[in-house]
Design a protein around this ligand. Structure first.
Ligand code: ADP
Ligand code: MG
Length: 563
């Protein structure tokens, strides 16, 4: 094919792909426009995962009648006008790409009324072409309605995740901006249900209550309040180590109020928690960084979600210092018993909860082969190493078994079997417990009651983002099943369609299993290894990691230099 310049329609479709990756991208761009317009109230309505409808309504500055059409031209913006302006961007938008990009892949209606105008302007576009225009009564502000997103882009549609996942992404975007702009009243409705509503009081803690719930909010510590004059200025709130999470989803960073992803900043915060969180746990943090605009380049990606700092080191250490200082100064001194629970004395053997007879019958289970044809030979327990590994001897050498991974495998097999037989052990709670979740977790939970019920979780809605838990799987009854549920909802929100059922089983197994660092009695170790011997796949845990290391007698001889 000869080289030729692409048709403008093709160009706009290609460019749109960079800005509008999924329904949540549309919500992000529209909310940013509303914020740039100085709105104090922004409401977001979505239906069908954002595919059928996204509507963002604000009470901001509006667009003058003569400029409405222009707003949909590529690179048309009211926010910058010269090359120098690129150096001092304080608005969230500046590329003039969002509206044309959205219009290229959806059907868009806008109604807007600027201050001092007698009436509002209405414009309707299909595939980027204006198909209707008129004037309409409206109070000051703008409403943009996006319908049938990606209908003309089947490739994009195909790559979207489930409605619950897309709703989760949308809830996350709105939550982030609600945290960054506590003075703005946000409301998000998903399929007619209120998913998030913030008061717009201007106090960060009020937004945190709505986004993460009162429990988390009760454990937040303010950072950097005093150091107003410093540059970069770092303010916000971080969670006490008590509210740690197993993922990094609750670390939010805003640079001059722009929500950004940054590994550098995540590392600065995590290092500030060094020694305060168990390994594998991550903090909750909302961090606002104020920098002179010349110190940061926001123009490195079409979605504007990444930034480049002129002096990375300076920003890193400012964030690290602010967080560490607040933690050290304001954290309540841990009480002796809390420390004792967190770091159990390794020398003191303790009874732990191993899957008792209720989970697996003492006699060989009917599905297990009578004759031990399992790929693991019968093992003799020699002892426990570091309260984490079981040392065992087999006919062919030495086995070092990771107790947590091995127990996970055993529990996972049991759960899968019990579920297939519909005999999951359920533990009812004496008092139903309320569970508060983030908007994003709520979206996922709401669409999967049935899947969770199959595993023994009896959960029902109890308000917008509160749920009532009446029963849980017996396996995790005495464990941190609240943490487990949150982690599960987070991972499912991020993971998309995936295999739900397997994800739940894996999660229950992981949380029900003995941890590294727990002393096991000889009987417990024997019981665990016996059960592992029954598994069809004893050598890997459900996540695919090895449960054991095997050193054959031959290898041992070789190591010792014998032939
Ligand atoms: P950018 O935000 O990068 O300028 P957009 O395509 O998002 O580009 O928007 C184009 C222009 O339309 C903006 O510069 C702004 O003038 C106007 N605009 C868009 N949304 C709104 C809104 N909600 N309120 C007021 N003006 C808006
Ligand atoms: Mg914009």
């Amino acid at each position: 094919m000869p080289i030729k310049v692409l048709d403008p329609k093709v160009v706009s479709r290609i460019a749109a792909g960079e800005v509008v990756e999924k329904p949540a991208s549309v919500v992000k761009e529209l909310v940013e426009n509303s914020l740039d317009a100085g709105s104090s109230q922004i409401s977001i309505e979505v239906r069908g995962g954002g595919i059928s409808l996204i509507r963002v309504t604000d009470n901001g500055a509006g667009i003058p009648p003569g400029e409405v059409g222009l707003a949909f031209d590529r690179y048309a913006t009211s926010k910058i006008s010269s090359l120098e302006d690129l150096e001092s961007i304080l608005s969230l938008g500046f590329r003039g790409e969002a509206l044309p990009s959205i219009a290229a892949v959806a059907q868009v209606d806008i109604v807007t009324c600027a201050s001092g105008e007698p009436a509002g302007t209405y414009l309707s576009l299909i595939g980027g072409t204006i198909v209707g225009r008129g004037s309409l009564g409206r109070a000051r502000g703008t409403a943009v309605t996006v319908r049938n997103l990606f209908r003309q882009v089947p490739a994009r549609l195909k790559f979207l995740k489930s409605v619950a996942t897309e709703n989760g992404h949308i809830a996350n975007v709105v939550s982030q901006y609600a945290l960054a702009f506590p003075e703005v009243k946000f409301s998000l409705s998903i399929d007619g249900r209120v998913a998030l509503r913030t008061p717009g009081s201007g106090r960060l803690i009020d937004s945190i209550v709505e986004v993460y719930g009162a429990e988390v909010a009760g454990h937040m510590i303010e950072i950097g309040g005093e150091a107003k004059a410093s540059s970069p200025q770092v303010v916000g709130m971080v969670g006490s180590p008590k509210v740690s999470r197993s993922g990094r989803g609750q670390l939010s960073f805003f640079v001059n109020r722009r929500w950004v992803n940054s590994r550098l900043l995540a590392r600065a915060v995590e290092e500030a928690y060094h020694g305060l969180l168990m390994s594998g746990k991550h903090p909750v943090a909302i961090i606002n960084i104020w920098l002179p605009t010349q110190e940061v380049d926001v123009n490195i990606h079409p979605t504007k979600s990444e930034v480049k700092f002129r002096n990375e080191h300076l920003v890193f250490s400012a964030v690290h210092r602010a967080v560490r200082q607040a933690l050290v100064e304001k954290m309540p001194v841990p009480r002796i018993e809390e420390v004792a629970v967190a770091y159990e004395s390794p020398s003191k053997p303790r009874q732990v909860f191993l899957p008792p007879a209720q989970v697996r019958p003492a006699s060989p289970a009917p599905w297990a082969p009578e004759v031990p044809t399992s790929p693991l030979p019968v093992l003799r327990i020699l002892g426990q190493l570091d309260n984490s590994y079981i040392i065992a001897e087999g006919p062919d050498g030495l086995y070092l078994i990771d107790q947590h991974a091995a127990h996970e495998r055993v529990l996972f097999d049991n759960i899968e079997h019990q579920r297939s037989q519909r005999e999951i052990e359920i533990q009812g709670l004496l008092e139903p417990m309320t569970l508060e979740v983030s908007p994003r977790q709520g979206e996922v939970l709401r669409s999967h009651y049935d899947d969770l019920a199959e595993f023994g979780f009896a959960i029902e809605p109890f308000g917008d983002r509160t749920f009532l838990v009446r029963a849980v799987p017996a396996l995790v009854y005495r464990k941190d099943w609240v943490g487990m549920l949150r982690e599960l909802l987070d991972s499912l929100a991020e993971g998309g369609k995936g295999d739900w059922v397997e994800g739940i089983a894996r999660s229950i197994a992981c949380h029900g299993a003995v941890r590294a660092g727990q002393a096991l009695t000889d009987t417990e170790m024997r019981e665990l290894v016996r059960q592992l011997e029954q598994s069809a796949t004893p050598r890997t845990c459900p996540h695919g990691r090895p449960t054991m290391i095997h050193l054959s007698s031959g290898q041992l001889k070789k190591e010792f230099g014998r032939t």
